[in-house]
Design a protein around this ligand. Structure first.
Ligand SMILES: C[S@@+](CC[C@H](N)C(=O)[O-])C[C@H]1O[C@@H](n2cnc3c(N)ncnc32)[C@H](O)[C@@H]1O
Ligand code: SF4
Length: 328
């Protein structure tokens, strides 16, 4: 299991469903160095948000300090674009670490350097490297960027080396600090067994999650997943999910979404780090932390009561839920 994931906190005895606030997801700007075919990003936000609208490091300092003081457990930086393109990402992680908070950093890894890796391993970081193919031509057809596969492989190997041996055993569970995250889509289903072996060779946790039909993926039915039975078999090759949380009634939900405050790069409060950007909830700059958490509880409760799956954005009813404004 990945350190700082919702089931990790449950293992520590934290009942997320009874806590005031557990996660803080901080999306950075929606720009990226590549252009994956099925990216969550809304095509209209690909060029990024206006610079003057972006939260500053001072805004983050206030927010993260309040989050820590309120008993928050951990940050997640993933969101819409590539977090390593933001100059705030490393300072945010440093500050969180100083305050004793873990950060899960989800990145395509293209921009990782040796210095960064050496620093990240010293900080309280769970490093998640996204990967969707081990075949250069498939990877670069997806990323739309020549040379990206070579950078990716080199950086994964380097990250695996730097993070090797950083895991530990706790209450019978193997806890890891570095993972590969495989977004399962139609063109990589056949590669999962190879990806499993690739992670085992490098001591990396192997996380798999299905493509959500949102953002760019909404207009790419050719990437949507085939038959369910086969998918179950393929999913079984993955390790513990990095987002699941077990509710007392037995339902499994995305813990970072349900129990987290999701904040866009411009400070807008979001229903989820990966969608619903058009919903006008409030902005963290003009809202007190207590009010932001109150809103998070209210919106999250409505969302998870009306959508059945573990992830609102992946739920078949998500677009209708948004269109009919059932979050109100
Ligand atoms: C949106 S990206 C942002 C962080 C970073 N740029 C990256 O790719 O890791 C976060 C994760 O979501 C995955 N992802 C992107 N689009 C997706 C989609 N439509 N459905 C499911 N997962 C998706 C990516 O593969 C990545 O692992
Ligand atoms: S999935 Fe990540 S790496 Fe790929 S285009 Fe989207 S933000 Fe960039």
């Amino acid at each position: 299991m990945l350190v700082s994931c919702p089931r990790y906190w449950a293992l520590q005895g934290h009942r997320l469903h009874e806590r005031y606030i557990s996660y803080l997801s901080l999306n950075q700007n929606s720009v990226c160095d590549v252009d994956c075919q099925g990216c969550f990003r809304y095509p209209s936000r690909k060029r990024g948000l206006p610079k003057e609208s972006l939260l500053t490091m001072e805004d983050y300092e206030r927010l993260i300090t309040e989050f820590g003081a309120a008993g928050g457990l951990a940050l997640e930086i993933s969101g819409e674009g590539e977090p390593l393109m933001s100059h705030n990402t490393l300072p945010i992680i440093r500050l969180a670490s100083q305050l004793g908070l873990w950060t899960t950093l989800i990145t395509n890894g293209h921009l990782l350097t040796d210095d960064m890796l050496r620093e990240l391993v010293e900080l309280q970081v769970a490093l998640v490297l996204s990967l969707h193919s081990l075949v250069e031509a498939v990877y670069e057809r997806d990323s739309g960027s020549r040379g990206s596969f070579g950078r990716k492989m080199k950086n994964i190997d380097r990250a695996a080396e730097v993070f090797r041996g950083t895991g530990w055993l706790e209450r019978g569970r193997d806890i890891r600090r570095a993972a590969i995250h495989w977004t399962l889509q139609s063109d990589n289903v056949g590669e999962v067994a190879d990806a499993r072996a690739f992670c085992d060779e490098r001591g990396l946790l192997f996380s798999i999650a299905p493509l959500a039909k949102t953002g760019h993926a909404a207009a790419r039915p050719d990437l949507w997943l085939p038959d369910e039975q086969r998918l179950k078999t393929v999913n079984a090759l993955g390790d513990e999910s990095i987002i699941f949380y077990d509710e007392p009634g037995g339902r499994v939900v995305c813990g970072t979404c349900k129990y987290g405050l999701n904040v866009g790069a411009d400070g807008n409060l979001l229903l989820d780090a990966h969608g619903g950007y058009q919903v006008d909830i409030s902005n963290i700059r003009t809202t007190s932390f207590a009010e932001a958490v109150r809103l998070q509880h209210a919106y999250s409760a409505r969302m998870f009561a009306q959508l059945d799956g573990f992830c609102p954005v992946r739920d078949p009813g998500w677009l209708e839920f948004l269109a009919e404004q059932r979050y109100r």
